[in-house]
Design a protein around this ligand. Structure first.
Ligand code: FES
Length: 168
């Protein structure tokens, strides 16, 4: 399994995020969304700091974090490869897509690549069964995929990232 790299959490940043929301306790979900936007997940340290700043017990903070599936407790890749494994996609070869990603990127479902570029996330029906098998990456849907197309998509995302880094 690829090693997971955690981020450094800055108390000033957390305080700034908390200050944006006046309605203290009711704002926990929004605050955690902001934290996740900033770090890509909700680091344990950030969760604790938010609890301290908003004066909410740790157990309650953890309860909110785990109640909502939108929150992640571990770092995730820049690109989340959401490969649909719903029935229609399964019938049309979703398993081959998942296997291809595993083989190409050397990660298992739920894992990140070492460079933190990709996370493989098999998901339930994405709602476009006519395009099965399909995947979603960064809000863009890719339909009628094949293992080869999946590899091309991965290469394309890698190239875009290199290009982005070169132009910064
Ligand atoms: S089963 Fe994959 S989009 Fe519906």
């Amino acid at each position: 399994m690829a090693e997971t790299k955690h981020v450094e959490v800055d108390l000033d940043d957390i305080e700034k995020i908390c200050e944006e929301f006046e309605n203290r306790e009711g704002a926990v979900v929004q605050v955690l969304q902001k934290v996740q936007e900033k770090y890509g997940y909700v680091p344990a340290e950030a969760l604790e700091l938010v609890g301290d700043v908003l004066e909410i017990p740790k157990s309650k903070m953890y309860g909110v974090l785990t109640f909502y599936s939108q929150f992640y407790q571990e770092p995730r890749g820049k690109f989340i490869l959401k490969v649909c494994v719903g029935t229609a996609c399964h019938v049309r070869g979703a398993g081959l897509l998942v296997d291809k990603v595993r083989e190409e990127l050397h990660i298992e479902p739920g894992e990140n690549t070492e460079d933190m570029l990709f996370t493989l996330e098999p998901v339930a029906c994405l709602g476009s069964c006519a395009l099965a098998p399909m995947a979603m990456v960064s809000g863009t849907a890719y339909g009628k995929l094949s293992a080869d197309k999946m590899v091309s998509l991965i290469r394309q995302l890698e190239e875009e990232t290199v290009h982005e880094e070169e132009t910064v």
